[in-house]
Design a protein. Sequence first.
Length: 675
Amino acid sequence: MTDPTWFPRDAIAYGGDYNPEQWPREVWDEDVALMRDAGVNLVSVGIFSWAVMEPREGELDLAWLDELLDLLHANGIAVDLGTPTASPPAWFFAAHPDARVVTRDGTVLGFGSRGMASPSHPAYRAAAVRIATALAERYADHPAVVLWHVHNEYGAPVGEDFSPAAVAAFRAWLQDRYGSLDALNAAWGTGFWGQRYLEWEHVGAPAATPSVANPAQRLDFARFTDHQLRACFVAERDAIRVHARQPVTTNFMANECPTTDLWAWAREVDVVSNDHYLTAADERNHVGLALAADLTRSVAGGRPWLLMEHSTSAVNWQPRNVAKRPGEMARNSLVHLGRGADAVMFFQWRASRSGAEKFHSAMLPHAGTRSRVWREVVGLGQDLAQLGEVRGSTVRADVALLWDTESFWAQDLEWRPSVDVGHRERVRAYYERLWRDGVTVDMAHPSQDLSRYRLVVAPASYLLTQASADNLRAYVAGGGTLLVSFFSAVVDEHDAVHPGGFGAPLRDVLGLTVEEFLPLRAGDATRLAWTHGTERELASAVWQDDVVLEGADVVATYLDGPAAGGPAITRHAHGEGTAWYVSTPLGIDALAPVLAAVYEDAGITPPGLPEDVEVVTRHGADADYVVAVNHSGDDAKVPVAEGVELRSGTAVAGTLDLPAGDVAVVRVPHGGGRP
């Protein structure tokens, strides 16, 4: 759960990763002075410092860290103290060469990067707990320390591990999960291709195989990998809690690291934090940013969360690392804040002169304080200093998009009817349509209570358990509106096809079944005749379903392709609610009339925002806060209740003038924002 009191100041936390061990001691004083100039009030320290903290096994050298924490505290800068366990020292691997990660094809990964240790190896776990314990014992009462930061980005860059320690742990995990080989064989469908197991010692990890490996085995290995990583976190967290009272977190990679099930991880941290980096190849990556922020807020249970890392400009690890345009850093930061973040942090404070990320941007870049990036860093700090009252407020949504990590895993781990079908792509398409319509969205797990939402969207929810299907059925029967896309409710938790036809668990809810999948060839398109209200033609591609009606009404029909003349989009009353089915992957524009009709069923009225302007409301104890961001190249007028723009102190009455590329945060009376 999220601890709202983690930062003992009435302020938005602002700063970044600080790695002073890379610099001479005299640079520290310069850093701290510049941090004060920039308005920095929090830094993350120690995340990759194990080799400095413990230069030899059992020999701790923490005098430098004592001095650093004292220096930061004396200058009013709080500390998020990291455990350095993402990067064990060379001495550890010299002592335990079998603790290195092994890839699927048997390659043993060497020292010289990060994420090199097997999360299943007992020696690694013991060493990690020892260093975490030593730090907690020493710094639990240090006045600078307000937060503990365990490890770094679990699952990145290495998630799966096929080392002997991992294989043995996987076998034990399976024995605990299934109890017997008969149950395991049934779950994995080992009757196919003659894979039946008669002895536990014959059961291994899904290493490289001549053809595709057993998909149920691979799905369980993904679950196991997540479990092992989480167990490492829990062990360090519990060691810290013995001595320290401050909350404990670890930084997620929401929407970027499918190795971890964020719903499960969020239950283990005291405050949810996330790292987010723009995808340079995505020309609309501001939409992807909003999606990641909404996902982070959602796994946090709607409570405020921490943006632990993002970049001031370019990263260095994508094929083409595009620099952020002037003003883009502030827009990115305010979008995260608008969607629930109470911290705006960066990787990193000072750009590294050496190492793998020396070309990664930083708050203090190689060009120093005369640079554009530095001026924007200072300006952002000044802006955030005016926004402290936003801290602790929350975001509400009437719409939920289903997000199930296990469904991601199941789709990614096997042959599919079409390589063009993916859960992530469908989530993004529906999310972007909702984003363009100005509709605030939560992500939701299909098993959770959905009753507070007017609309639930299930995009390509390939893996759907019977329990989750029953949950969706109850939601619709109780008056909810559900939209389900193609390639949903196909398999159960063991990746076995549900009996009774594709989508069978939702058959009565949707009023149909899918007899056959009809994927299209690369480059083929298809047309639909939309007949619900205003008639129009819609374009699609990639996929059609052969839909057999069992009570649903047809609102769009295929005009061509293998399903020509058949139902493409349907609507069906179930109980007090309505269920829609979209049997083809519509693009952003084609989704517009469909979502408009679905909104009408759900009682949702989009705000009608200018193109590429996003507006989100945070709801506080004494007021609401409307965060408006103009991503377009044109000035815009945004309807806002009477209030005050917090950064400038300017009064707003009915309409907010928002210049191209600008942001605004307006305090309005309760009920003055949406939803």
